[in-house]
Write a protein of this length. Sequence first.
Length: 692
Amino acid sequence: MNAPTEFARAVCPHDCPDTCAMRVTVENGRAIKVVGDPDHPPTQGALCTKVSRYAERVHHPHRLTTPMKRVGPKGEGRFEPISWDEAYELAAARLSEIANRTPEAIMPYSYAGTMGLVQGDSIAQRFFHKLGASQLDRTICAAAGAAGLKYTYGASLGMLTEFFAESEVVLIWGSNPIASNLHFWTRVQEAKRRGARLIAIDPYRSLTAEKCHQHIALKPGTDGALALGIINVLITENLLDHAYIDAHTLGFAELKVRALSYPPSRAAQICGVDEQVIVDLARLYGSTKKAAIRMNYGLQRVRGGGNAVRAIACLPALTGAWRERAGGVLLSSGGWAPVDSHALQRPDLMPGWPAKPARAINMNAIGDALLHPGDAVFGPKVEAIIVYNSNPVAVAPDSERVAAGFAREDLFTIVLEHFQTDTADYADLLLPATTQLEHLDVHKSYGHTHVMVNLPAIAPVGDARPNTEIFRGLARHMGLQEPALYDSDDAIAQSAFRWNDATLQGVSWDSLKKTGWAKLNLPEAPFAEGGFRTPSGKCEFFSERLAQQGLDPLPDYLPPYESADGAPELAARYPLAMISPPARNFLNSTFVNVESLRSTEGEPHLDIHPADAQQRNIADGMQVRIFNDRGAMQARARVTDKARQGLVVGLSIWWKKLAPDGRNANQVTSQALTDLGGSATFYDCLVEVERA
C-alpha cells in the first residue's frame, strides 16, 4: 500500500534575488513535484524554469550518495566508494597533521551554492575558525556593489521590490531580470501596463532589453561615466531636490565639482552613445519623482564597479526620488535582515581574534593562491582545501591556473557536493551533501524583505549528509572539543537572527517555523526622511571613510583594465570586449547537468555583431575560437546585433566537462580585482575571435 501524499514547505536556496517559497509534493519518500507557493507574496505561486525542475535535480541518476576516495590521477574523476568512518579518518589524519603544524595551510572555499544561513557558513566557519585556518574573502559575485552601497548608504539597502509596480520610470541597469530576477520583472510589467516607461541600460540587448521602451547600449564598464553624465545634467539644469540634498546628503558641493567634469559630450564619448541620449535620460529621470532604478551585479564586474554603483546610488538622493515608495534604487535588500553573523560563524574561536586573525585569501585569486609556493609576504603554501557550496574549477576566473592549482598532487582536497562537478574531479575525498529538500535552513533575501524557513521535505538521499553534519563529523574525528562545533541545526537557525531587532517585532524562531516566512517591519519609503546607515546618517556623496583609506572619497569613472582607454596596446591585439552573463537555464554552474535544461541551452554560443563577424569572415552558425593571453575556448557563433559592435557575449557558465571542447568562458577571464570590495572583474575582458 502506497504511503499518502504529503506536502512540505521549502525555500529556493540558489543565488538569486527572488528567494522563492516552494511547495513540495512527496510520495513514498520521493519529491515528485516542486511549485511556487501561492501564499508567499513575493513568489505568487511562480517558479523559474530551472527551479520548477528541482525534483529532477534531487533525484538525478548521477546524484552522489556515498563518500568516495580518489583512485586515479587528479582531474580524471576516478573514485571508489568508502564508508563515512573511513572518509572521516582519512580527512582527520591529514588535516590534523597540517593543523598541528601550520593551520593557515588549510583553506576553505565556498560561496552561494546555497544561500542558507545554516548550511552556508555556520558550523563550517566555526570549524575553520577553531583550527586557525586561512580565511576566505568571499567576493566573487557582489562585493564591489556591496562596498559601493556601504560607502554611500551604509549597508546593502534599497527600495522595496513590490513598489516598482507603481513607478512611472524604471531604469533596468546592468540587469536581465527575465533570466535572473523573474518576480521583479512581473512587478515591472505591472508598472508598464500602468503606463511606466522602461529603459534598459546594458551593452547587450538581452531578453529584458528587447521588451523595454528604450535600450541604451553603452560600452561595457562605462556605467560610472554614464551616471556622472546624468548627474551633470541634473545639476546644470537644476533638476534637483535641494531640500532633500540639504537635509539628507553629505558632500554635494564636492560631487558637483566632480560631475561638472563629465559634461554629456564627454560621457557620451566614453560610453559610446549619443550625447542627446544622456541629456534626454537625465531630463526624464530628473522630472519624474516616481523614478526607480534596478541595478544588478553585471555592471560592477569591472575595474570601476564599486565607483559605478556609488555614482548610480547618488541619483535618487539628488532628485528626491527617495521621498516616494515607488522611487529610489535597488541593488540588494540583503542588509535589511538582522542577521547575527557573529553568532552564526563565531570568529572569536580564531586563536588570534580579534587582534591577529588568520590570513585571508581572496577567492578570485584561487588560481594564484594554489600555485603560490608560500613566502613571508603571502604566508604558508596552501596544503589542503575544503570546497563546499561552490565549483571553482568552472566558476573562478583565469580557469587554466585554477585547474593547474587543483591538479597539484601534494594538495589535499575535500569536496562536498551533490554531483561530480569539474571541481569534484580533482578531489581526494568526495563527500555527498544533501540538497535543500533534505535539510533544515533559514534564509534572508537580497531581492525582497522576507525572512524564511526551509524544513526538510524528504530524508537524505542515499548516504548524503547536510554540510553541518559533515563538518561536525570532521571536528569529532579530529578530537576538537569546542561545544559550538556540535550545535544542532535547529539551535544554529535560532541564533541566525537578532530576534529583538525592530524589523522582526513579533517574530520568533518558533513562529517562523510555523508560518514559513515573515515580512520585515520596514517603512514603505525607507529613506523618505533620510536615516541612512552611514556614520553621518546621510547619503554620503563624499565618504570620509574612503578618504581615510587613501581612496577617492567621491564616485568617479575608472576605465576598464582591458579597454582601449585602459590598455591601448592590449586592445590592439585583442580588440573585442567579452562579457559572460548567465544563461537563462543555468544559475552560475548549477543545473548545467540537468539534461532537460542543458538541452534547451543547446551548446555554448557566442553572440557577435555582424560588422565584427564580417571583418573576421565568420558566418552565423560557425564554430569559433575565443582567445587571449590567458586561454581559449570554442563556441557556436550567432551573428546578431544584440551585441553592440566591439562586444561579444558568451552566456555562461557551462561545466567544462559538458562543453564540446572541455572549456568555458573563464578560460579568458582574469584574476584582477575591482576598485572597491576586491570583487571579480569577469566583464573586464578583451579577446579576439577567429574561425575554429
